[in-house]
Ligand binder design. Structure first.
Ligand code: RB5
Length: 142
């Protein structure tokens, strides 16, 4: 299960991403926000991050205006590796090297077409399972 969440700044892009996930037959859980009314990104960033950390979701997608606030929030939850990506190279690398379990996007930074390609890259790229990357990921948690 994929968890998805945004604040008001990411709401429209979240709707487009959910439509895209449906077209791809990927199951998701929408953790809000559910309208364009102003709200606080930590509420949604934390909800998806906790769902990933406790195993309710295996991966997540978070969107705010910049992707920054919501990724900072998600990375406060132990076990979460949220990667803010604005290009496909980073999305591929963060899956392959960091085994990132949450993708963060900035809806005011990337257009919808690029965002959907970043989503596909993130979802379709496996972790390398390379010993040196495993070691480095273990060091992130301390
Ligand atoms: C909301 O205006 C905006 O601050 C938020 O979406 C995000 O960009 C924060 O990092």
């Amino acid at each position: 299960m994929l968890g998805i969440g945004s604040d008001h700044g990411g709401y429209a892009l979240k709707q487009a991403i959910m439509k895209h996930l449906e077209a791809r037959g990927i199951a998701y859980q929408d953790y809000g926000t559910y309208s364009e009314a102003s709200c606080d990104y930590p509420d949604y960033g934390r909800a998806v991050a906790l769902a990933v950390a406790n195993g309710a979701c295996d991966r997540g997608i978070l969107i705010c205006g910049t992707g920054i606030g919501i990724s900072i929030t998600a990375n406060k939850v132990p076990g979460v590796r949220a990667a803010l990506c604005g290009d496909c190279f980073s999305a591929e690398a963060t899956r392959s090297h960091n085994d990132a379990n949450i993708l963060a996007l900035g809806a005011r930074v990337v257009g919808e077409g690029l965002a959907l390609k970043i989503v596909d890259t993130f979802l379709d790229t496996p972790f390398s399972n390379d010993e040196r990357h495993i070691r480095r990921i273990q060091k992130i948690e301390g």
